[in-house]
Ligand binder design. Structure first.
Ligand SMILES: Cc1ncc(C[n+]2csc(CCOP(=O)(O)OP(=O)(O)O)c2C)c(N)n1
Ligand SMILES: [Mg+2]
Length: 617
């Protein structure tokens, strides 16, 4: 057989291959790669850099400021695209590559697709040790990029140009597989990037990737239907899988038809509109009273597309009914079988619809559905109180959330956040009306995701009003993609809540009996406290900025800057100690068994008591 071939460098083959991978969105064929983020160094500038330049009109390359920032932006792009499209990130070797490892873990936890293309050391080893090579005394095959292995769903090191053929094919399978979806790392040895090979032309044929919708196994389906039919007080936990499956309308009709209240995880929030009568809002540690009261009593949890992480299950102390049964409707068996659940391994949309067919006229106990609705009304009153306007000199996070909601909330808004005290408050209080209108990275809860995430969301969804809410700590950790957003004209709004330190960890420290130590700036070892002028800092990167002194001023600034052409940063000082009392649940944070501090002893007593209500296994 004589295959037609084309002579390309390995890097040129990677670039050309990426341009040929397509998907279909709203009936239209579009490239599945939304672009490439790149920071060049000696490990990728000559090989990958030359190749990306040649395809720049088809697949654009964006210069970022920090490899972790660009990778977070790429991951946010994929999340905001419901995993239907994604990006690639290329770095040099050594520090550039390892700056992306945290992001790889972030994508791994959150099951989000991203293609990492870090440069690697010379495969031929002739110049060893090359600049930035981490030399292992005992294993010549190890490089810094081996750090990607445990946080990649698929990892390969390319030491010969032809290896890229099976590697890229496998990469695409993983990136587009609903169950295995996550980061892929193809570690590209610097010399091999530049090496030519006669690639088969067919390797570059256009290929269309449409998400697989796995149907349920019949036995599992029958068992799940029987389980649900015997339940009187069922709830649905809606996880991120509902959004990624684009099963939000199916979830709404399922809940309505069978009278089952829905509670939402951080990744699943916005699966139902906030205003939907059966949407009880957030569940678990940062849950509403409406959700958590139902969770305590429920006899059946139908977990759809959820990893059931500790914040969702209140560290497994939330569910108090001894007869509790769990159905794990999940495309990934690892998740479906968690906590002895009845697995229903399938796509969320397929599973909900097949189950609904089998359930026929089944309805939850009407008094259960009514109880849910009453609980929601009660919660809404509490939430209203927490978010009401104020003239306080230092407002709470909840009051700032209220202001953002009033000024800019609505169906066109996507709210982005990741770490600090805000995720808990937003989970409870933000009112998302559109699927994907709430974008929270709470699988890894990575400080510094917020600003970069805002950029990625805006690139994916330019039509949306993207609002990033971020604490001073997270902002300090990684803010430089503000400059990238100015460069790319991808404008969004950042509301920066400055409580002068790590407010949520300070509160956690106090709750666990610890002394106020090393969290708020005032409690740190210091010679002088920095007075950080965040507005000036952001302005220096080209952002439109405002410093506001009150909630009414914040609302006015949000309205006034809504149509600014550039990324806008609005800074407000907030109170470090106030959080929303209503709702919520215990979270397992291990308290020291022995300590000289009386407060720790008291906290330990409470901790041991709480542990007794934890289900295990
Ligand atoms: C990269 C990273 N480092 C550390 C943590 C642990 N952590 C979670 S929240 C937080 C403090 C966040 O401070 P800030 O952004 O100011 O929010 P606040 O707690 O004040 O609301 C820390 C240190 C984390 N989640 N991510
Ligand atoms: Mg703070």
């Amino acid at each position: 057989m004589s295959q037609k071939t084309v002579r390309l460098t390995m890097a040129q083959a990677v670039a050309r291959f990426m341009t040929r991978q397509m998907t279909v969105i709203d009936g239209k064929r579009v490239p599945i790669f939304g672009g490439v983020f790149a920071i060049f160094g000696h490990g990728n500038v000559a090989g990958v850099g030359e190749a990306l330049y040649a395809i720049r009109e088809t697949l654009p390359t964006y210069r970022a400021q920090n490899e972790q920032g660009m990778a977070n932006a790429a991951i946010a792009f994929a999340k905001a695209s419901f995993r239907r499209r994604f990006m690639a990130c290329t770095s040099s070797i050594g520090p550039g590559a390892l700056n992306m490892v945290t992001s790889a873990a972030l994508a791994h936890v959150n099951r989000l697709p991203v293609l990492f293309l870090p440069g690697d050391v010379f495969a031929n080893r002739r110049p060893d040790p090359v600049l930035q090579q981490v030399e292992s005394f005992g294993d010549a095959t190890v490089s810094a990029n081996d750090c990607f292995r445990p946080v990649s769903r698929y990892f390969d090191r390319i030491t010969r140009p032809e290896q890229i053929i099976p590697a890229l094919r496998r990469a695409m399978q993983v990136l587009t597989d609903p169950a295995d979806c996550g980061p892929v790392t193809l570690s590209l040895c610097q010399d091999v990037q530049a090496e030519a090979y006669d690639y088969p032309e067919s390797f570059f044929d256009e290929k269309v990737w449409v998400p697989r919708r796995t149907e349920p196994d019949l036995d599992e389906l029958v068992s799940a239907i029987e389980l649900l039919k015997s339940a009187k007080k069922p709830i649905i936990i809606a996880g991120g899988g509902v959004l990624y499956s684009e099963a939000t309308a199916d979830l709404a009709s399922f809940a309505e038809k069978h009278g089952i209240p829905v509670v939402e995880t951080q990744a699943g929030k916005s699966a139902l509109p906030h205003s939907h009568a059966l949407n009880m809002g957030s569940v678990g540690v940062t849950g509403t009273s409406a959700s958590n009261r139902l969770a305590e009593e429920t006899d059946l949890v139908l977990a759809v597309g959820s990893r059931l992480q500790d914040f969702t299950t209140g560290s497994w102390a939330l569910f108090k009914n001894d007869a509790l049964k769990i159905i794990g409707l999940n495309v990934q068996p690892f998740d479906a079988g968690k906590h002895n659940g009845q697995p229903l391994i399938c796509d969320a949309r397929a599973g909900l619809n097949r189950m609904s067919g089998g359930l026929g006229g089944y309805k939850a106990d009407p008094s259960w559905t009514e109880k849910a609705k009453a609980g929601k009304a009660e919660w809404m009153a509490a939430a209203e109180k927490a978010t009401a306007t104020t003239n306080a000199a230092l407002p709470s996070d909840a009051q700032v959330i209220g202001a953002v909601q009033r000024a800019r909330g609505g169906s066109k808004t996507t709210l982005v956040c990741a770490a600090g005290g805000l995720p808990g408050e937003l989970h409870k209080l933000w009112q998302a009306e559109e699927p994907g209108g709430y974008h929270m990275e709470y699988g890894f809860s990575t400080m510094g995701y917020e600003v970069a995430g805002g950029l990625g969301v805006k690139l994916a969804r330019p039509e949306r009003d993207v609002i990033v809410m971020v604490g001073d700590g997270s902002y300090m950790m990684l803010n430089s993609e503000i400059a990238s957003s100015i460069m790319l004209g991808a404008k969004f709004t950042i509301v920066l809540l400055d409580n002068a330190g790590y407010g949520c960890i300070n509160r956690l420290q106090m709750e666990t009996g610890g002394a106020n130590f090393n969290n708020l700036l005032q409690d740190t070892h210091h010679v002088e406290l920095p007075e950080i002028d965040f507005a000036a800092h952001a302005a220096a990167m080209g952002a439109v900025t405002r410093k506001v002194g009150s909630i009414p001023e914040l609302e006015a600034a949000l309205a006034e800057t809504a149509n600014e052409a550039r990324t806008t940063v609005i800074v407000i000082d907030t109170h470090p100690l106030i959080t929303t009392e209503a709702g919520g649940h215990w979270w397992d944070v291990a308290v020291p068994e022995v300590s000289d501090r009386e407060q720790v002893k008291v906290a330990r007593e409470g901790y041991e008591k709480a542990l007794q209500s934890q289900r295990f296994g």
